[in-house]
Design a protein around this ligand. Structure first.
Ligand SMILES: [Zn+2]
Length: 565
């Protein structure tokens, strides 16, 4: 009897963990609510990676195995789904994104993947014509490669938008492009001084050109009308629904403020289609009061769909703006800008480590990555901790000799599968900014795996799309969707599809301390999975990009289904 109570309690607990909307009916022992048979099911489990079928009861996986075995769990009320050979994988987990920014980007003018100025202008003109009531023309995503040898100018934008202020942000979010009216409204003139950490780009006569870098972006950006909370929440709801359609069942939110956290809680209540692991913004000097405030949030969000468990900070900047911290200078000079001294970083990381937090540090340059690793290693030594799973976010240009430090100290490499996407911007701006020696060790996914590190994949949405299939395609081919460059960029760093899948499932679950509940398909784990239109493990690499997500299941509930399925 006590055993039965325990089972019921465990199931109820799982339902709470899963944030189930309705109480789950429990069938007879062994009886499934739903079975999926005749498929190719990649479980992600080392012992038994491929099976034919799985059974779901309530929010969890009841059994995996052959179709014959799984049919034994079916009773009169059981729904039987014939997969007809289709491929099933654990639900995708994106280890690094920004849900609000990503959600808003679905509605904004997007300028991604346009590298010819004419096409770029056409897209802006088209958006402006379609939105005659918008007070500003705003958008994001333009690539530096669309402006060879220079940054964009206000004159170029004036020729496209003259009737309203216009403000367009680069794809990486580090440079803004204003037209003359926007500059005038912001009172940006030749007299304007560069704000700290920013630059008003000027022509040879000292006049602002319309390009504003980093800290100077706010001069114009602050004038752009802010969305109201309900508008942001509406965007979040469609972003969550979109994520489910991409096959995502969990995501890691990389930093959040108090307002956005509340909006996200509300949006997830309205659209319960995602589990979200949240990193709060790191405090530079974590006083006991600050830690207590964050601890309160961690307590409040310790189970259910939204879970707070980490803090996130920035060690350095990005490569294209030459702000990522490097040991050797960039071509043309400068070694980047770390945001902390090593001592400050050590102090903050040790305080969070001691209080039981996981720390996620954005670090892109080799020096920035070394600083993050050093702070993590020192914190573990000082506090005697060993399983915090601190994470280096992006981790683009590590020294080869630093890779073994990840497995030794149990540090997770949180990389982005689409970051090596070899479009014109990557090959024409990113790679030259590094120079050949460093470019060879950038986004070295295979070398990271070979060093024995846990590598978890994400998107950094809205920097890149959170479409996981596109991420897997890029990690496997290192080419664009058009197949360029032939053979792939730095092809020695290509991964197998299975490794890429693992980084988006099992390893990403590990990176949020949740590998016991999800990330693979095994008895008792959450029934989070996707059904895809083709077998990722058998598809020719160049065809992976064509894979469609047919069905997404979260805790036994459908969150996305195409009509044809
Ligand atoms: Zn990010």
């Amino acid at each position: 009897m006590s055993r039965r109570v325990t089972v019921l309690a465990a199931a109820a607990f799982a339902a709470v963990l899963a944030g189930a909307a309705a109480p789950q009916k429990l069938g007879r022992a062994g009886q499934a609510d739903r079975i999926f048979v005749n498929g190719r099911v990649w479980t992600g489990e080392t012992g038994r990676p491929l099976v034919e079928a799985l059974a779901v009861r309530g929010t969890t996986v009841l059994a995996v195995g052959t179709s014959t075995d799984i049919r034994k769990h079916s009773a009169k009320a059981t729904d039987v789904v014939d997969l007809r050979g289709r491929f099933v994988a654990p639900g995708f987990i994106d280890s690094h994104l920004h849900l609000l920014g990503g959600s808003l980007s679905l509605e904004e003018l997007r300028l991604d993947d346009v590298f010819a100025f004419g096409a770029l202008a056409e897209r802006i003109r088209h958006w402006a014509a379609a939105h005659p009531d918008a007070h500003w023309v705003t958008g994001r995503g333009w690539a530096y490669a669309a402006f060879p040898g220079a940054l964009p100018s206000r004159a170029q934008l004036d020729a496209v938008v003259a009737d309203r202020p216009a403000w367009l942000v680069s794809y990486d979010g580090h440079t803004g492009w204003a037209n003359s009216m926007a500059l005038r409204l912001a009172s940006v003139t030749r007299e304007t001084k560069d704000p700290p950490g920013g630059e008003v780009v000027r022509d040879e006569k000292g006049e602002p050109t319309g390009a504003l870098k980093e800290g100077a972006m706010d001069l114009v950006g602050r004038l752009v009308p802010k969305l109201l909370p309900h508008e942001k929440e509406r965007a979040l709801r469609s972003g969550i629904a979109q994520a489910a359609a991409w096959g995502l069942t969990s995501v890691h939110q990389a930093g959040i403020d108090a307002e956005e956290l509340e909006l996200l809680v509300n949006a997830l209540e309205a659209v319960p289609r995602l589990r979200v692991y949240v990193a709060l913004d790191i405090e530079r000097d974590p006083t006991p009061e600050a830690l207590a405030r964050q601890e309160e949030l961690r307590r409040r969000f310790s189970g259910g769909r939204l879970r707070v468990g980490a803090v996130k900070g920035y060690v350095d900047g990005v490569v294209e703006a030459k702000t990522a911290a490097m040991f050797e200078p960039y071509p043309g000079g400068g070694t980047g800008l770390p945001n902390w001294t090593q001592e400050e970083l050590d102090r903050a990381v040790a305080a969070y480590d001691k209080a039981g937090w996981q720390v996620m540090l954005h670090a892109i340059g080799d020096r920035g990555i070394d600083m993050a690793l050093t702070a993590f290693e020192r914190a573990a030594r000082a506090n005697g901790t060993s399983d915090r799973r601190h994470r280096v976010e992006h981790m683009e240009v590590a020294r080869t000799t630093d890779l073994p430090r990840f497995p030794v100290a149990g540090i997770v490499a949180s990389t982005q599968a689409l970051f090596p996407y070899p479009n014109q911007n990557h090959l024409g701006v990113y790679v030259p900014a590094l120079g050949p020696e460093r470019a060879r060790r950038a986004m070295a996914f295979k070398a990271i795996d070979d060093a024995g590190a846990v590598q978890s994949f994400g998107s950094d949405w809205p920097v890149f799309t959170a479409e996981v299939v596109r991420g897997i395609a890029c990690a496997v081919t290192r080419t664009t969707v058009e197949g360029t460059p032939a053979g792939g960029w730095e092809p020695s760093q290509r991964l197998t599809a299975e490794a890429a899948l693992r980084h988006f499932t099992r390893d990403a679950a590990f990176a949020e301390h949740a590998e016991k509940e999800k990330g693979t398909l095994a008895v008792g784990k959450l029934a989070d999975f996707v059904v895809l239109s083709q077998d990722l493990l058998a598809a020719p690499p160049e065809r992976i990009k064509d894979t469609k997500v047919l069905l997404t299941v979260l805790g036994g509930q459908e969150t996305w289904r195409v009509k044809e399925f």
